[in-house]
Write a protein of this length. Structure first.
Length: 124
């Protein structure tokens, strides 16, 4: 009979030089509050079917129906990216690369939703 190898980890075998991320309290609070505010703004905009996206050099754009829902997807992605920073602070395990991969994925997905929403609004 063949037995599988059992690896027993002790304190000396683990990497003891690892220090978890420290995100300042001000950044955690601002990320959480801004994420909640942005989610509430997007939810209200979708609820009344008029999601206003302000413009820097223009009057902005009002999104309705499908473009508003796609923009809401971009808003949810941005909230997830901001909240992942907060969660990463409290997670003491050595998995910062997973949080970075999560944030990068949802950042790109959010920008894709943002662009798609504007394209849908223009061709509509």
């Amino acid at each position: 009979m063949i037995f599988p190898r059992i690896y027993i980890l002790n304190a000396h075998a683990m990497n003891t030089s690892y220090t978890p991320n420290h995100i300042p309290a001000k950044e955690r609070i601002s990320n959480t509050l801004f994420s909640l505010a942005l989610l509430a703004y997007g939810s209200y905009g979708v609820w009344v079917n008029d999601l206003y996206v302000p413009g820097k050099r223009s009057n902005g754009i009002h999104l309705h129906d499908t473009p508003a829902w796609v923009m809401y997807g971009a808003i949810v992605c941005s909230c997830l990216v901001m909240l992942s920073v907060v969660v990463d602070h409290y997670d003491k395990r050595n998995n910062e690369t997973n949080y970075k991969r999560f944030a990068d994925t949802f950042r790109m997905l959010g920008w894709g939703f943002f662009g798609l929403s504007l394209v849908l609004a223009i061709i509509r």
